[in-house]
Design a protein around this ligand. Structure first.
Ligand code: XIL
Length: 353
């Protein structure tokens, strides 16, 4: 009896506080932000340590599903809808009192076979896109703080800056973007509607192209509320604090709010103390850019545990060969310098506004 009590006490007093002591969301909220959030997926719920971090609202004030709201999952057949996985994430966020970032509605990747291999004309593809947008947004009506309505509509090359040639552009034309926003707005008048993009966090043709996309939507008389800066960085190529702030200002000057939506900082493996320090600088610069930008509402990391990151040896045949350790916690749950760097920046460094 005595020993089991002792074990219970020991667990409660020492292990649990360590597991749930993170407070990045608390700190960000105290500094006026809406959330510090994370990407997640239901398969990750099986790890109890992971789940205890995820459920800690002092640590993460917003969740975004990595895959389960994407087209191939939600609408795997023309007349088949599957909200099961995404519902679990939305329910968890609701239960924990966390915001939801909902991601995404129209993208060129992770589309189901029936859509990619179908024979489409402008009219019927537009109808299919509207149907998808309206059904998915309606299903989560009132539950999403924000929707990434369109995702990565520009060409990959940061020196290009023109719209990506994909089934949406090629068959419907550039107006597919405003049409998607128009119908998302109708389906949930209160969700913030975002355009989410990468490589626009530094100056150049792609950044300028994204501003043109925003203006195109606005010129069509359609509501767009926000721009998502994905912020998948690597120390050797990441923009510095001032450049990130300048880029944020370009979009907030267009009347938008802004969010850092998919922050991670991959490094070349094996790691070294220097690389981990450079990684810390990039994480901290990005958080500070948001803190210094009044209309940056929050930051989301694209998961927080190296073991489950989408970047690492297990996915080298798919993405970023040679890179890994992009998240805030090492696989053994030790906090990275990047974690403590963000924590102390949020605690101690004054923002400029
Ligand atoms: C990634 C997921 O994390 C992976 O699990 C999946 O295999 C591919 O997509 N930009 C985005 C996200 O907008 O949806 C992507 O997520 C990462 C890049």
């Amino acid at each position: 009896m005595y020993s089991s009590l002792r074990i219970l006490l020991y667990t409660t007093l020492t292990v649990l506080p360590v597991l749930v002591s993170g407070q990045l969301n608390d700190l960000a909220q105290r500094r006026g932000k809406l959330y510090f959030g994370t990407e997640t997926e239901t398969w990750e719920f099986n790890d109890t340590t992971y789940l205890s971090h995820l459920n800690n609202v002092r640590e993460f004030g917003a969740l975004v599903p990595g895959n389960s709201m994407k087209w191939e999952v939600i609408q795997p057949g023309r007349y088949e809808w599957n909200f099961t996985l995404a519902d679990q994430i939305v329910d968890l966020a609701e239960h924990n009192g966390q915001h939801m970032r909902c991601h995404n509605l129209v993208w060129h990747e992770q589309l189901p076979g029936w859509l990619v291999n179908g024979t489409w004309g402008k009219e019927n593809l537009t109808a299919v896109m509207i149907d998808h947008v309206v059904r998915e947004v309606t299903h989560y009506k009132g539950k999403c703080y924000a929707w990434d309505v369109v995702n990565e509509v520009l060409n990959d090359d940061p020196n290009n800056g023109t719209l990506r040639s994909d089934m949406w552009l090629d068959i419907i034309g550039p107006e597919y973007i405003a049409i998607a926003f128009e119908h998302a707005a109708r389906a949930d008048p209160h969700a913030k509607l975002y355009y989410n993009e990468y490589d626009i966090e530094f100056k150049g043709p792609k950044h300028d192209g994204a501003m043109k996309v925003v203006k195109m939507i606005q010129d069509a008389g359609v509501r767009i509320d926000g721009i998502g800066f994905e912020s998948h960085f690597t120390p050797s190529t990441a923009p510095g604090l001032q450049e990130q702030m300048d880029c944020m200002k370009d979009f907030t000057d267009l009347g938008l709010e802004l969010a850092v939506t998919e922050l991670d900082v991959r490094i070349l493996l094996p790691d070294s103390p220097e690389e981990l320090e450079q990684q810390e600088t990039v994480y901290v610069d990005t958080v500070e850019a948001c803190m210094n930008t009044e209309k940056c509402v929050g930051m989301t990391v694209w998961d927080f545990w190296d073991q489950n990151s989408w970047i690492g040896p297990l996915t080298w045949d798919l993405y970023y060969n040679g890179y890994g350790e992009a998240d805030l916690y090492f696989a053994n749950w030790t906090r990275k310098p990047a974690y403590t760097g963000i924590e102390s920046a949020l605690k101690h460094r004054p923002s400029h506004w």
